[in-house]
Design a protein around this ligand. Structure first.
Ligand code: A3P
Length: 321
């Protein structure tokens, strides 16, 4: 009944108001510490709804990442790999839609309307979804089902530089152009960044990928850049859509790499002028795509501080960049 709904809303509001808060860079939205990660406060209700209602199917494929790790690229690749028999590459929906539209986020898109749950049961299998939330906070049904998770990881130094550039692109009131790179580095080192601390985020998926390699595939942006073909074949196998010998002979893999390349996606009309995600134009998701761009932006002191943190928090577990 409506009355019950109101009581629940009030409870939730009280719960949300009590979560620890810190400053966020996106305009007026602060971050809340929810289940040990820092999350834009406006997203917490969406995440609670997702955790409560989402029912995973065994065929589902979920792409998980920390923002600015290469999510957009992986979405394009995954979508193309899985749908390559449905449409020719020359008329794939990727030519007219931003990858975030084709592989939607649970927390930004699917569960964004708190008055209405999404109808996900009609989506043809395999359903492709994505999320930025840590492994520990994924809904139980996702962990219990045979659904598969692909995680993309990236050198935190490049993530920070990419994120800083990205943040300055937000719409008007949401822009954080006032934040210096120094401040960005500082919040990352404190772990008080969006979906952070980054080390918990990366380690959560890293450990799962080691314990349960059938469940979690752990990819690195750097490997994907260095040897895209090998990594893409690995990805295709993991999600159950391996390339046949015939396809390989027809250079289908190469065609997919070309289609999903930064240059190609960036030049599409939809990505030059369109907008799908809240606050950000499609073009904000495509910048330089260079490994090691951090060297052009971070000071020696910043690098030293970050590298020490990475050694302590990640290298100790075998995760290096
Ligand atoms: P840079 O800012 O370093 O260029 P996300 O998709 O997780 O938001 O990450 C964005 C980063 O991935 C940006 O990094 C962006 O340029 C890069 N990127 C986007 N599309 C890409 C593609 N097709 N190939 C390689 N890198 C891509």
């Amino acid at each position: 009944s409506n009355e019950l709904c109101d009581v629940q809303d009030q409870d939730q509001e009280l719960f949300l108001s009590k979560l620890p808060k810190t400053k966020g860079w996106l305009g007026s939205s602060d971050l809340s510490l929810y289940q040990n990660f820092w999350c834009p406060s406006t997203l917490v209700p969406n995440i609670i709804s997702f955790q409560k209602h989402f029912q995973a199917h065994d065929q589902d494929i979920i792409l998980a990442s920390k923002p600015k790790s290469g999510t957009t690229w992986l979405k394009a690749l995954l979508f193309t790999i899985v749908n390559r028999t449905n449409s020719n590459l020359s008329d794939t929906p990727l030519l007219n839609s931003n990858p975030h539209e084709l592989v939607p986020f649970f927390e930004f898109t699917l569960y964004a309307n708190n008055n209405e749950l999404p109808n996900l049961s009609d989506i043809p299998s395999p359903r492709l979804f994505s999320t930025h939330i840590p492994y520990a906070s994924l809904p139980e049904s996702m962990k219990d089902s045979k659904s598969r998770i692909v995680y993309i990881c990236r050198n935190p130094l490049d993530i920070i530089v990419s994120h800083w550039h990205f943040a300055t692109q937000a719409d008007g009131v949401h822009s954080c152009s006032k934040w210096t790179l120094e401040e960005f580095v500082d919040v990352y080192c404190k772990g008080e960044e969006i979906f952070g601390p980054f080390w918990n985020h990366m380690l959560g998926y890293w450990k799962q990928s080691l314990e349960n390699p059938q469940k979690v595939l752990f990819l690195k942006y750097e490997d994907l850049k260095k040897d895209t073909k090998t990594q893409v074949k690995r990805l295709a196998e993991f999600v159950g859509f391996p390339f046949s010998l015939e396809e390989e002979n027809k250079d289908i893999v190469e065609d997919i790499l070309k289609l999903c390349s930064l240059r190609n996606l960036k030049d599409l009309e939809v990505n030059k002028h369109g907008k799908f995600m809240p606050y950000f134009d499609n073009k904000s998701y495509f910048r330089k795509g260079q490994v090691g761009d951090w060297a052009n932006h971070l000071t020696k002191a910043m690098v030293k501080r970050l590298e020490k943190l990475i050694r302590e928090k990640l290298s100790a577990y075998g995760l290096t960049f």
